[in-house]
Structures are given as C-alpha cells and as structure tokens.
Design a protein around this ligand. Structure first.
Ligand code: GDP
Ligand code: IMO
Ligand code: MG
Length: 425
C-alpha cells in the first residue's frame, strides 16, 4: 500500500512538526498543508542553515517534491510571495511545478487583520491571536457573502466588482468596531490582481491533483499546522484557532481521512502554549523559565514568550484519539536535561474529584489541578545520542512513562533541532 501519512500536533502547537515533516518528506512525493495560514511558524534546521516557514508547506525545502497548499488553508498573497522570494534567495528553486496552490483556498485581505485587531482590542479576555487575519477570513468563508477564493484572483473584472461591494461594508464594520482603518476598493483590486498574476503559475485544482495521486498510488504527506488543542471544534474553545488542525482536517483538502495509512502524533517532551486560555500544567516558576530558556520557547511568528509546563497526558490521550494516532514522536527531550525531577500529568482533580478525561468546557479546564507522576531527572547532555539504549536510565524511564500514560508507542525521540538529532525507536 502506498504511504499516505498525516503529521499532526497533539498539544497547543509548536511541537516541532516542521522538523518531523522535513524528515518524512524524504519518503514522500507530495507534501500538503491543509489548514491555517501564516499563523503557523515552522523552523527547520539543516546543519548551519535555518529555515522559517509560515504559510508554505515544509515540502518546499525539497524542490524535487510537489508541495501543495490545499483547500482549507487561508492565504495572504504578499506573505506567499515574500516566502517564495526569500527561499529563492537562499538557493531553493520554487516553480509552478513544485509548489501548487488550491484555487479553492480563501484569500486574506488587510481588512481581515484590521477586523482581528479591533475584535481583540474590544475583548475583555482576548484570544491572543497572531494578528494574521486568520479568524476573520475563516468567518467570511463560513458566512460566504464576503469571501474571496484564490481562483477569483485570476478574474480581474469579477474581483474588482466584488471588492467594490465588500470593501465599503467592511469599512462600515471597522468604523462600528472603533477601528480607524479604512480601505479603498479599487486600490485593493489593483494590488490583488497583480498578486494573482504572480500566483498564477501555482494556482490549480489541488483536489483533482490529490485524487489523481491517490489513484496512481503516489506517496502523500499531510502536514498539520497548529496543534489539536487549538482545533476550532475540539480545542480549548474559544482560545483556539479557526481551522481544523486534527487529521480529520484533511477532508477539506478533498482527501477522506480513511485514506490515511498512518497518523503520526507529534508532542514535545513538555507542553507550551502561546496566547490566552487554560493550561493546567503551566509552570510560572523558575522551572518554567528554565524550560523556556533552554528550549528557546519564543513564538516564531510573533516573538512572544511561550508559556511552558509539564507534559499533560490527559490532553494528549484526548487529542491522539481525535486523530487516531498510531504512535507519537517525542520532541525536544534534550531540553529537560539538568532538571532534578520531571513530571507527567496523568489525571486532573476538579472540585475534589479525580477526572481522567479532557473537559469540553474551558472554564472547567481552568479549574483542573494536575495529578502528577514524578520521576527523577537526568543531568547528561543527550543531544549527541542516537540510540534509545544510550539514553540515561531516567530519560528512558521518562519516555516509557509518557508512552504508558498516553497509551501509544513512542516511535521517535528528538534530541536536537537538526535532522540527524533523531532517535528511531
Ligand atoms: P512547529 O510549529 O510544530 O513546526 O514547531 P516550531 O518550529 O514552532 O518549534 C519547534 C522548535 O524546536 C524549532 O525552533 C525547532 O528548530 C526546535 N526543535 C525541533 N526539535 C528539537 C529538539 O529535539 N530539540 C531542541 N532543542 N529543539 C528542537
Ligand atoms: P504552529 O503551526 C502555536 C495560537 C495563537 C492564539 C490562537 C489563535 O507553528 O504550531 P490565530 O492567529 O490562529 O487566530 O490565533 O492560536 N496559534 C498558535 N500557537 N503554534 C501555532 O502554529 C499557532 N497558530 C496559532 O497564539 O493563541
Ligand atoms: Mg510553530
């Protein structure tokens, strides 16, 4: 059977999906982004070269593969063009052949960012979004009336006509929200018609491309952005993003989840979160600071310090079930070296009662107190180790405790950002 794999983050994002997708891309011909947009930040390290991708699939780093931005993604054309240009400057060839963009994907306009800023400014408890216009663009997609799809960028008269209807309404909405931002329909039309021309070589019906790939038994790797706890339906609502970040999200790319031959869940050896929302195992003490410092836990997109905490197996059991993960890759284990002891949350306590499942209500989650399994830490630097059997006994025990608490095998352990700093279990 040909390989159709989905790599999915099982926490609140930044699980090092980029590194894992980059590794697995070697064995796949088509690499697909299917959700989110430039809110993602994936850092990939190749020796002395570091690549930061936001909107483009990690597969673009292998020009002999086909990278696909499928339906389900929201696209800000200037960002697309900027990322392509900067990769070209770094010597990576990007063409209409190796980077495909769905004509069904939705387009982000500057008024989406202005709307987001206004909503966040008015909210008593802001979501803490990335400011990339993601939520308002998906809201327009669901609302339909004001949505524009990538394919429409190639129809200049139609696009101008639509923007002349949409922009005055958006201006009224912005003014009502107290925003001072206002936009000119014809100016935006000129800009986006020009963007459309630049994007033209990449734009295609990617659903058809993927259906053809399934028929011809091509190898496909789906790359989720964000993490499952940020999923619009299943995450810690309303502190989530606006797309489907579980494996089920591949449906919007036109591929039914049952075609997946494998789902690989990605987890950090601890937990991080950027933005607002409940986080039961958060550490606001010196240990949290140490993890942030050693793990360089600062957002790729916004530079914000990431909130850090212990591994939460209750959350990961839940998210692994959402995507039917076959195994987990345990990332950034090296960051925990030097801690006296390490902890894994195996259940919660709420109002004096033990809870083993992940609550659906963020207000209840905010009241959850973690119940921990505590094990001794290890002092050794493990970043140069390449075999599971070489890990210090305590580190191996930690891997086993996580595997047991999550109920899945750990198929890989990552001990550093580079491709080769990986232990296959
Ligand atoms: P993504 O959004 O899931 O792709 O993850 P990010 O790229 O936002 O964050 C993961 C960070 O950890 C990146 O800076 C990676 O280079 C880095 N990284 C990946 N794997 C490891 C690892 O095993 N150890 C360490 N120390 N860093 C890693
Ligand atoms: P990657 O792909 C971590 C978070 C934001 C905010 C919430 C909503 O790098 O794992 P949005 O701008 O999407 O409306 O913000 O989601 N968020 C992420 N956190 N990693 C990401 O992507 C994220 N993408 C969005 O911080 O809390
Ligand atoms: Mg990231």
């Amino acid at each position: 059977m040909s390989s159709v794999v989905c790599v999915v983050g099982l926490q609140w994002g930044d699980e090092a999906k980029g590194k894992m997708v980059d590794l697995l891309a070697e064995k796949h011909r088509i690499i697909v982004r299917y959700n989110g947009g430039a809110n993602a930040g994936h850092t990939i390290v190749h020796g002395d070269k570091t690549f930061k991708l936001s909107l483009l699939p990690t597969g673009v780093l292998r020009p002999d593969r086909t990278a696909v931005i499928a339906n389900g993604v929201v696209v800000y054309p200037p960002r697309f063009i900027e990322e392509v240009d900067s990769l070209q400057k770094a010597g990576i060839s990007i063409t209409g052949q190796n980077l495909k963009l769905s004509d069904r994907a939705h387009v982000i306009f500057p008024y989406h960012m202005a709307e987001e800023a206004a909503h966040e400014g008015l909210a008593p408890k802001p979501i803490g979004t990335t400011g990339r216009g993601i939520g308002p663009c998906y809201a327009d997609k669901a609302g339909r009336t004001y949505a524009i799809r990538v394919g429409e960028l190639l129809q200049p008269d139609w696009l101008r006509e639509r923007l002349n209807i949409i922009v005055p309404i958006k201006n009224k909405i912005l003014a009502a929200l107290g925003s001072t931002s206002q936009f000119k329909a014809n100016q935006l039309a000129d800009e986006y018609i020009a963007f459309g021309e630049k994007l033209r070589p990449h734009i295609t019906d990617t659903t058809e491309l993927l259906h053809h790939a399934l028929v011809t038994k091509d190898t496909i790797l789906f790359e989720a952005a964000q993490g499952s706890l940020l999923d619009l339906d299943h995450g810690t609502f309303p502190y989530v993003t606006s797309s489907s970040s579980t494996a089920a999200g591949i449906g919007s790319a036109g591929v039914p989840a049952r075609r997946l031959t494998k789902v690989l869940g990605i987890v950090k050896a601890y937990t991080t979160r950027v933005g607002g929302g409940p986080f039961p195992t958060e550490l606001t003490d010196a240990i949290g600071d140490q993890i942030r410092k050693v793990g360089r836990e600062y957002g790729t997109v916004t530079g914000r310090p990431r909130r850090c905490g212990w591994f939460d197996a209750v959350a990961v059991r839940y998210t692994a079930a959402l995507s039917d993960a076959d195994s987990v890759s345990l990332m950034l284990l090296d960051v925990l070296s030097g801690l006296e002891e390490v902890k894994v949350c195996t259940a919660y306590e709420v109002d004096g009662k033990r809870v083993d499942h992940f609550p659906s209500d963020s207000q209840i989650l905010a009241k959850c107190k973690p119940i921990y399994t505590t094990i001794p830490g290890w002092k050794e630097d493990i970043s140069k180790l390449r075999k599971l059997s070489d890990l210090p006994t305590a580190a191996r025990r930690y891997v086993d405790v996580i595997s047991g608490a999550v109920g899945l095998p750990v198929s890989m352990v990552s001990v550093g950002p580079d491709r080769d700093q990986t232990i296959i279990c």
